[in-house]
Design a protein around this ligand. Structure first.
Ligand code: BTN
Length: 326
């Protein structure tokens, strides 16, 4: 495939590309146009050839699997790696769910319609991030799943730590932060049958290494962002990172099913980016200021206000740091 040949970021002549792909040079040009249309930055240098603006480590199922503990790999029923996808969450939600105890994973190299929480878009410029979804079936229904997104945050933070990131923290309910900027987010979608099992799709988006253009594109949405490369000092391998995230998610899912959020509350608290800091909780038609005081046993946010401690659940509230106050 053309992109695989260009991924090294070096200059390749149209003639060489055409020969490798056994197509005409006009077909190479068409392929370049198509990639550009999808947002892949391919430079065309007159009479010299084509190259990407910077090298990209393409996702590779074998390398990802090699980074997952073999015991946990047995839990992984499917690992689908798509070059182009609207949303990896939407893709898995449209497929038959895995049986209890097994997981299906889906990754998108280019995700055009990534979805974030609260109906927002999730922007993942080509080669700059990870867009991963994992489908899982909980035998015992949806009852205890309110805190699942917090446990997912713990799993992702652990994986980033394994990839060499330092200073990663969690912002309630499920943002991954580095130095008070968003490095990643989690979107959990649920299909529960009354009295039956609960099928969840866990979507994880992570900024791995952002070029100036990629950062600008994401920040146009309003958030100031960070990337794993900022927290590691250098960009980690995307394949190793995905392997570590899958490994931690699979381990977390089994433990969460057996023990619930109790097994993760202490770890979440240790990673809490806002504990003890002044925050504003935004509700549908109100806002409450106070000091964040961690989470309770169900993963609800505890807020110390002038009128005592109030509790908020994740579906009803979102949280903002009040900057400039201590
Ligand atoms: C957030 O708003 O912070 C959650 C972002 C979740 C993005 C991920 S990327 C993989 C998966 N597919 C989607 O469409 N969304 C999630």
């Amino acid at each position: 495939m053309l992109l695989v040949l260009l991924a090294d970021g070096r200059l390749h002549s149209g003639q060489w590309l055409a020969k490798e792909l056994a197509v005409s040079r006009a077909a190479v040009w068409k392929g370049v146009e198509r990639l550009r249309g999808l947002g892949v930055p391919v430079l065309a240098l007159a009479r010299r050839g084509y190259r990407l603006t910077s090298p990209v480590e393409m996702l590779d199922a074998q390398r990802i699997r090699a980074a997952v503990n073999p015991r946990r790999l047995e839990q992984l029923r499917g690992l689908e790696l798509l070059f182009e996808v609207d949303s990896t969450n939407t893709r898995l939600l449209g497929m038959a769910p895995p049986p209890a105890g097994r997981a299906d994973a889906c990754l998108g190299e280019l995700q055009h319609a990534g979805r974030g929480r609260r109906g927002r878009r999730w922007i993942a410029p080509f080669g700059a991030g990870v867009a991963l979804s994992v489908a899982w079936t909980f035998r015992d229904g949806a009852g205890a799943l309110a805190a699942l997104s917090l446990a997912v945050g713990v799993a992702v933070a652990r994986a980033l730590g394994r990839a060499g990131a330092q200073g990663v923290a969690l912002k309630w309910p499920n943002d991954i932060w580095f130095e008070d900027r968003k490095i990643g987010g989690v979107l959990i979608e649920l299909r529960a049958e009354a009295g039956g099992p609960a099928h969840v799709v866990i979507g994880v988006g992570v900024n791995v290494a952002l070029t100036v253009e990629a950062r600008r594109e994401i920040e146009a949405g309003g958030d100031v962002v960070a990337a794993v490369a900022d927290a590691c000092g250098a960009a980690p391998s995307r394949n190793l990172l995905v392997g570590a995230i899958l490994d931690e998610l699979l381990s977390m899912l089994g433990e969460f099913e057996r023990e619930g959020f109790a097994a993760f509350r202490e770890a979440w608290t240790a990673l809490d980016a806002l504990g003890g800091r002044p925050v504003r909780v935004l509700l549908a038609d109100d806002a409450v200021c106070g000091r964040a005081r961690g989470v309770d046993r169900d993963g609800a946010l505890l807020l110390e206000t002038e009128n005592g401690v109030r509790r908020f659940v994740s579906g009803e509230a979102s949280l903002r740091l009040i900057e400039g106050e201590n």
